[in-house]
Design a protein around this ligand. Structure first.
Ligand code: GDP
Length: 331
């Protein structure tokens, strides 16, 4: 049934993605990212056809403030995975790329070695739309990468703003990369990022081992105060030197243990189910909002009604009720 809506050239795309061909993969993600209505329709049919081939990757979310060492870490980690015979895809959610046109994560010189490897696929953040829109495209790109047979998909984001929550909501395990200076942990606690973390990595441990040890201890005690998201997993604090490739395998082993523990308890499957439903509801919410704003009767009534509410001539409750009812006229 899923393939009914597929156009002939899109059937080739689907076949290409499933066969792991990079060109098809890149073209499909471009189609998914396109804002054009006809592209959106095609993308939906392609994703539908790819869905049976998804679900087998480990989805890793990674965050950290600019300069924490994310790209250095991903490069070392990705190369390590490739050495194990695995394929790795790296996607990014960068809220700055849609806001200012500039991008924190888009720098072309990032992950130079990984970029050149056949077994790696790196895609910068979609650069248009709201954070919700960018996240939606990234989530779909993640599924496309899975269908293309990537064993690990890393979704990277910058530790500023709301994007961490969004990335944690589309991945199996969320990794927080911290700097070993005092204050970074406090920032993470303040912003609620620590609560999202399943694994905390204290990077740049080579710079000052005593400071790194102290920072790791502080983070452990900070994590100890939080209620763990799973009864079967206490978020550990690891130390790495991404620059020197130290501690990288320990991170990978920890992530494998995480997957094992949460698969055995059934939590991983439950998490993915919940994420899918959350995603569906987010799409419904934003779809309804668009339809509401685009509705001709609403468009006509909106200026006067908002003015009346602003002037105190109409209560917000009555206004909302009336405007929502206008939508019924055409249903
Ligand atoms: P990002 O902004 O989080 O992606 O950070 P980068 O990966 O670009 O790293 C920022 C700077 O920190 C670069 O100059 C890296 O070479 C350096 N760096 C990253 N990891 C380490 C590390 O483990 N030890 C040291 N000494 N420097 C590191």
């Amino acid at each position: 049934m899923a393939e009914l809506g597929l156009m002939p050239q899109d059937r080739d795309l689907v076949e290409g993605v499933v066969a792991g061909r990079r060109r098809a993969l890149a073209k499909t993600i471009t189609l998914v990212e396109s804002a054009r209505a006809d592209h959106q329709e095609r993308a939906a049919a392609v994703l539908d056809a790819l869905l049976p081939h998804t679900g087998r990757s480990l989805r890793i979310g990674l965050t950290g403030v600019p300069g924490a060492g994310k790209s250095t870490f991903i490069e070392a980690f990705g190369l390590h995975l490739i050495d194990q015979g695995l394929k790795v895809a790296v996607l990014a959610v960068d809220p700055s790329s849609s806001r200012s046109g500039g991008s924190i994560l888009g720098d072309k010189t990032r992950m130079e070695q990984l970029c050149q490897r056949e077994q790696a696929f790196i895609r910068p953040s979609p650069s248009s739309g709201t954070l919700g829109g960018v996240a939606e495209k990234t989530r779909e790109a993640l599924l496309v990468c899975e269908a293309a047979g990537f064993d690990v998909v890393i979704v990277e984001t910058v530790g500023v703003g709301q994007s961490e929550t969004v990335v944690a909501g589309m991945t199996d395990v969320f990794v927080l990369l911290q700097l070993p200076n005092s204050g970074d942990d406090l920032q993470a606690i303040k912003k609620g990022i620590m609560e999202l973390a399943d694994v905390v990595i204290c990077n740049k441990a080579d710079l000052d081992t005593t400071a790194a040890e102290r920072a790791a201890m502080q983070m452990r005690s900070a994590l100890g105060l939080l209620h763990p998201a799973s009864a079967h997993w206490q978020p550990p604090v690891l130390q790495t030197s991404a620059l020197h490739g130290q501690g990288i395998d320990a991170v990978w082993q920890t992530l494998l243990k995480y997957r094992e523990a949460l698969t055995a308890s059934g939590e991983l499957a439950e998490k993915r189910r919940r994420q899918s439903l959350d995603w569906m509801w987010q799409l419904i919410d934003s779809g309804l909002r668009h339809r509401f704003r685009d509705h001709p009767a609403v468009k006509t009534a909106l200026p006067n009604t908002t003015q009346a509410v602003a002037d105190g001539g109409m209560t917000p409750t009555v206004a909302a009720h009336r405007l929502l009812n206008l939508m019924n006229r055409y249903f």
